[in-house]
Design a protein around this ligand. Structure first.
Ligand SMILES: [Mg+2]
Length: 187
């Protein structure tokens, strides 16, 4: 569970990619002589991210691995910001990003799974880890999810955060209502 006052203070959700938005697997291949890197994303996580954005929260990606796959997924999810820092210096990258949005670190939540996330998790207001995070990362987090990275962990977090903020029913009911209206309009 997330404390209500803490949940209401959060205005930005930062997400790691490998091991959080994915199960950590990477498909490496070759297409016509070019290196191709593919990742597998979870559709239920995608809808959870939409719900967070519908609730007025900013959602950003901070990753230490540069890949076109992340760029495509971020565009598809209409994320508010994406930082792909090849040197994996996530804390300076997140600090800069948060300042750009006029926010502070205690208004941020971050979901991580492994050592590259440690520096960020130590300073954000709501540090969160996926169910299969390494023990050292688990010990840094106020919220430990049950679902694993790439298997609905981000969706689980979205639901817990929005329920703690009292927004879950409103957001999900609105989502269903809007789609009912579309169906009626085209009938
Ligand atoms: Mg990771």
């Amino acid at each position: 569970m997330i404390d209500t006052a803490l949940a209401k203070r959060i205005r930005l959700v930062g997400l790691d990619v490998d091991g959080v938005l994915t199960d950590g697997g990477i498909y490496l291949g070759d297409a016509g002589g070019s290196r191709v890197e593919l990742k597998r994303y979870d559709i239920q996580d995608g809808l959870g991210i939409k719900f967070l954005r519908d609730a007025g929260l900013k959602v950003v990606i901070v990753t230490g691995r540069v890949s076109d796959s992340v760029r495509h997924r971020a565009l598809e999810l209409e994320l508010d910001d994406v930082v792909q820092d090849s040197a994996a210096r996530k804390l300076p990258a997140l600090r800069e990003l948060i300042a750009r949005h006029g926010l502070s670190l205690d208004e941020a939540a971050f979901v991580g799974d492994d050592f590259p996330d440690a520096a960020v998790l130590r300073v954000v207001g709501l540090p969160v880890c996926v169910g299969n995070a390494v023990p050292e990362i688990r010990s840094l987090c106020k919220l430990r999810l049950e679902r694993h990275g790439g298997r609905g962990a981000v969706r689980e977090f979205a639901e817990l955060l929005l329920k703690a903020r009292g927004q879950w029913s409103e957001i999900t009911e609105r989502y269903v209502r809007e789609r009912s209206q579309l169906a009626e309009a085209s009938a």
